[in-house]
Design a binder for this molecule. Structure first.
Ligand SMILES: [Zn+2]
Length: 416
């Protein structure tokens, strides 16, 4: 078999790339220079806009692109960077089949590095391929931009989930929007305010906003206000996951108040008993072990207020899983009970739930929870941990889009 045929297979070139020669530079790590050219065409394509244009000249001479390693050797592609005369951009380097525009790396090399940066992190990818961290960062940005040029993620949306994600200590947040049907993140921006959500609707435009049927969100007032203004026909659902979260928090407050009350009354044994109950109380009933259930049963005899709080939380959880008709009736009863409970945190919670009642019932009716956003949030948290945090929110958004918007590059050898 001819060497060039083997080399062509090793490099994974398509029919468009022609090998014209090789140079092996020996060193600590061998370097294989593969001289290539694109298949001859009557006209070239502009590297910036891909419009077919007449050839101009050979530009600034040869250029080099780092390609996938071949065993021990690093591989560089070397080619004359021919230019075309683009009707819009003027003299521009023509597209080459092996690389994106304006980069020192081949397409497959970039895809592989970005893939590794997503699976692990940029630092690890940089070290693995011996390129700079900044180069990896640029590749990620370039790939996202290229992918977003091809697809408009905001097309055809019917139901979206709006949520917030922390990116840094000290209340730095991103607003993240997911598509309920594909589960993908489709939009993310720095900030969490009316303005940020407003920007999402700006990008969406009036027609597509009017086509939105459902918006799920947490209990953040600012999201609800903007959605009511910009997508007035959309049914807003308040995620029941958050409602349960509120109830759990209320219960924890009751526990803390009770603990303080017992301590102040000099009942150290009682206070001590409560101290160990925190995690048991916060857990869902069905996840408790029999020993933990005994702890709750003991509580029924010693602390009526805390027991009442626990029952309120568990019952609310039950209600949110009922069919709409039953849930409506049960919720009315629950609200009355909570308001009379003489547990301040639950009295407050009842007030909040009354305010969002329409949205909560919409969630029960349509079964659209923010679960999709929550699962994306977990993955986004993993991205943040892998990167050991992000200083730059834009870099974080890039990684979120690559990983969660379905823009992850395929491995070069993946079947199309
Ligand atoms: Zn052009």
């Amino acid at each position: 078999m001819r060497v060039s045929k083997v080399l062509k297979a090793i490099c994974g070139f398509d029919r468009e790339t022609v090998i014209i020669g090789t140079v092996l530079v020996r060193g600590y790590r061998p370097l294989l220079e593969v001289h290539v050219r694109a298949k001859v065409r009557r006209r070239g394509r502009c590297g910036r806009c891909d419009v077919s244009s007449p050839w101009l000249d050979n530009g600034g001479g040869v250029r080099r692109w780092r390609h996938l390693d071949a065993g021990y050797a690093t591989v560089m592609l070397v080619a004359v960077a021919r230019r075309v005369e683009c009707p819009e951009h003027g003299p521009t380097v023509a597209t080459v089949p092996w690389a994106r525009h304006d980069t020192m790396f081949t397409r497959t090399f970039e895809d592989l590095v970005v893939h590794d940066a997503i699976v692990g992190n940029k630092t690890a990818a940089a070290r693995r391929y011996s390129v700079s961290w900044r180069a990896v960062d640029h590749m990620c940005v370039r790939l996202v931009r290229e992918a977003l040029d091809r697809v408009d993620l905001l097309d055809g949306l019917v139901a979206v989930a709006i949520d917030e994600v922390k990116y840094k200590k000290g209340h730095r947040y991103l607003t993240v929007v997911c598509d309920h049907f594909t589960g993908r993140v489709i939009w993310a921006r720095k900030g969490r305010s009316k303005k940020t959500v407003g920007r999402f609707f700006d990008d969406l435009g009036e027609t597509r906003s009017a086509a939105l049927n459902f918006v799920t969100a947490d209990g953040a007032e600012w999201i609800h206000t903007v959605v009511a203004e910009r997508a007035e026909h959309a049914i807003v659902c308040l995620d029941t996951f958050h409602v349960v979260g509120w109830a759990t928090k209320a219960l924890d407050e009751v526990r803390r108040q009770e603990w303080n009350r017992l301590r102040e009354a000099g009942n150290t044994a009682g206070a001590k008993q409560l101290k160990g109950t925190r995690w048991i109380l916060l857990r869902n009933w069905e996840h408790l072990t029999s020993a933990q259930i005994d702890v709750i049963r003991d509580l029924e005899e010693t602390n009526l207020r805390l027991t009442r709080g626990y029952q309120l939380k568990e019952e609310l959880r039950e209600i949110l899983r009922m069919p709409l008709f039953a849930a409506r009736r049960a919720l009315t009863e629950w609200l009355a009970w909570a308001s009379r409970s003489r547990l301040v945190p639950f009295v407050k919670l009842a007030r909040t739930i009354r305010r969002y009642r329409t949205e909560i019932e919409a969630t029960i009716e349509w079964g659209l929870t923010n679960g999709i956003a929550e699962s994306n949030n977990a993955s986004i948290g993993r991205i943040r941990t892998n990167a050991r945090g992000f200083h730059d929110p834009e870099a974080f958004i890039t990684m979120i889009m690559l990983d969660r918007a379905g823009l992850t590059p395929q491995l070069p050898w993946a079947a199309a």
